[in-house]
Design a protein around this ligand. Structure first.
Ligand code: NIG
Ligand code: FE
Length: 434
């Protein structure tokens, strides 16, 4: 298996020179999210080269510049070289919002929606998120891990090297912790980087439907402490929405998460607007969806460090009338990220290039903005901007290679996959490019 090969290769990886790239998109600009005009500066180098050693980027420039590098000259014989002519190189995509632990597609929901039922109507009738619970509760940890690893590998085939993965379909203490352990197991077999998130507050499970506060109490007093003790999740997420959790319940969960030193993110404004003020005081690292967000909140977000993670795959699949107001957010100075929201209900899409295409055609983001949103800003939304999301000296050498002449084509050829390989922690993963 590709992923295993990479793990083994890592310890013995030779220094690596990628040279002759038709375009090298560095996304340079430091370890912070890009905003406004900075999102449109992709740091393009033609005939670009990257030198990698010990899994880190040690030099970036034109091929000519790097060939003059003193260290490279001295170590030439032990450096593996890859000719990247005809390729566009970008920082590996950071997919900062995925729900990877589920067992089956929801085809009945799919057909019902095609016939005219809404996402909320289906959920109220017992479909939706609740119909994914039995599969996860009944599956062994190893089975869930195998499914998650399969999804991670497919994502990587599309150029994604860092993935946030949520639990959220077990919805009991045992099944949520099992889901997180499955993510950990899959992560240990995966060449890229996985960031686990506890989404025990996805919806109240059927047995707590009439007494959701009791379920919230269990999340706060059992689930979060156990996940924290086992170091099973970096973030706590809540689906704050009608039919899921109220603002008050969300605040209680965030208080518990904060007590246990876990960072916070939330699904918010997907189906209706929720005022953000009371959540912003918890300093969430990311607020996701934001299809409905008021102008005053847009201004607050622009002043904050919070990343707004937009997931147009969910709008596409649910065929919503409107997408999130990306233009308004970017123009106001909000740090906008893009993610797939890979899940069986609203976004069975694991391709970041397709997310970019949707961002451009449906949300009027430029290809450059979409790339910034899906690399450095995705990294910022996972508090990883110091290591991921740009091709700069000192960062992890995570790079995606596309058989294209121009980076804008990544969003242009929608439905196709032009990614021909990735370099992960300095290790080239596709035989075609190695
Ligand atoms: O991000 N909104 C909540 N969670 C998912 C949908 C999950 C599902 O329908 O299974 C989302 O769209
Ligand atoms: Fe989601």
């Amino acid at each position: 298996m590709k992923a295993k090969k990479a793990k083994k290769a890592q310890s013995t990886a030779a220094p690596l020179l990628l040279y002759g790239a038709t375009q090298l998109v560095t996304m340079r600009g430091g370890n912070v999210a890009r905003r406004s005009a900075a999102m449109r500066d992709v740091g393009l180098i033609e005939d670009g080269a990257v030198l990698i050693s010990g899994g880190k980027i040690v030099a970036v420039g034109t091929t000519d510049e790097l060939h003059k590098d003193a260290w490279l000259k001295q170590n030439k014989r032990r450096v593996e070289e890859i000719d990247c002519s005809g390729l566009v190189l970008i920082p590996g995509f950071v997919d900062s919002h995925t729900h990877t632990v589920f067992t089956a597609p929801r085809l009945i929901d799919f057909e019902k929606r095609i016939a005219g039922a809404s996402y909320e109507e289906i959920a109220e009738a017992g479909g939706g998120i609740r119909s994914s619970i039995a599969g996860v509760r009944g599956a062994p940890e190893s089975g869930l891990a195998a499914l998650a690893l399969d999804a991670f590998d497919r994502m990587m085939e599309h150029g994604t090297t860092t993935i946030e993965a949520k639990s959220g379909y077990g919805l009991s203490v045992d099944a949520e912790l099992k889901s997180l352990r499955a993510i950990k197991l899959a992560a240990s077999e995966f060449a890229g980087t996985i960031v686990p998130t506890l989404l025990g507050a996805h919806v109240p499970p059927p047995e707590f439907r009439e007494r959701p506060d009791e379920y919230v109490k269990i999340i706060c007093e059992e689930m979060i402490p156990k996940a924290a003790r086992g170091k099973l999740a970096r973030f706590v997420d809540v689906f704050c929405e009608r039919g899921a959790f109220t603002l008050k319940q969300t605040e209680r969960i965030f208080e518990a998460a904060t007590e246990h030193k876990m960072r916070i993110r939330a699904h918010i404004g997907q189906l209706s607007e929720t005022k953000l003020a009371s959540l912003l005081r918890f300093q969430p690292v990311s607020l996701d969806h934001l299809d409905f967000v008021g102008d005053a909140d847009v201004r607050q977000l622009a002043k904050s460090e919070v990343v707004a993670t937009l997931v147009p795959g969910a709008n596409y699949f649910l065929a919503t009338e409107a997408y999130a107001p990306a233009r308004k957010l970017i123009d106001a100075g909000v740090a906008v990220a893009l993610a797939t929201d890979f899940n069986p209900g609203s976004s069975p899409m694991l391709s970041m290039p397709f997310a970019l295409s949707l961002a451009c055609t449906q949300m009027k983001m430029s290809p450059a903005e979409a790339l910034a949103a899906s690399t450095i800003n995705g990294a910022a939304s996972l508090a990883l901007a110091d290591r991921k999301g740009s091709i700069e000296v000192g960062k992890d050498a995570d790079i995606a290679l596309f058989e294209l002449d121009d980076y804008r084509e990544i969003a242009y050829w929608f439905g196709d996959n032009r990614c021909v390989g990735v370099v992960v922690n300095g290790v080239p993963l596709d035989d075609d490019v190695a």
